[in-house]
Design a binder for this molecule. Sequence first.
Ligand code: ATP
Length: 247
Amino acid sequence: KSPPLLAVNNIEVIYDHVILVLKGVSLEVPEGKIVALLGANGAGKTTTLKAISNLLRAERGEVTRGSIVYKGRRVDALSPAALVKMGVVQVMEGRHVFGHLTVEENLLTGAYTRRASRTEIRRDLELVYSYFPRLKERRNALAGFTSGGEQQMTAVGRALMARPTMILLDEPSMGLAPQIVEEIYEIVKHLNQSEGVSFLLAEQNTNVALRYANYGYILENGRVVMDGEARTLADNEDVKEFYLGVS
Ligand code: ATP
């Protein structure tokens, strides 16, 4: 078995020096796979993603134990920008587009860590527009005035401009109509299958996540309580009862 693209080994995360939120979380993302991180609100999904992309410091959070290994190298101490250069990009929860910039300007900000020529960036922009024709139509609109679905697409498109190997996607379905959620996930699937982008996605919508992911981890209270192939999890009676709302 080849080593995973990303391995999180038994990490503990503490906020404000006292609030223990992750109590030893381990997970793996194999190259070319879609892995879902599931669990209720507050279980620790966002914290896990932020620990990986090193965005905890701004929230007074800290990884106090364990390690994070990407492509065989420890990345715990790297800055978010250094990680982006290595190909790991996070799309934050709530979309976080720059509302006062146009859709296209938002996309261009995604390329800032790259030393790419104008022509290259232009080509990547066209590639993003080929995935999201809607963004091309809306390219000159101020992002803050576009719909929730368009903002989520802009956030994913911006991540793509960094030419990622791996995308950490936080709660892509949040606040979106079911049909738009499917549209976003279809693009995730496409990027995975034709561009080989690996995904770790945090999602409260267990149903949709398990339909698109290869593998899933369920977090409860800062611990992984269950993991397995997505299909196996979707058939599991406890998962059905507690996370899929059927029994
Ligand atoms: P959500 O769906 O809300 O994003 P989540 O599973 O991603 O949920 P986290 O956001 O990681 O959960 O939060 C896990 C726990 O950590 C929660 O109890 C939350 O209150 C706490 N927490 C998150 N951020 C901070 C912070 N900056 N300071 C203190 N506690 C925090």
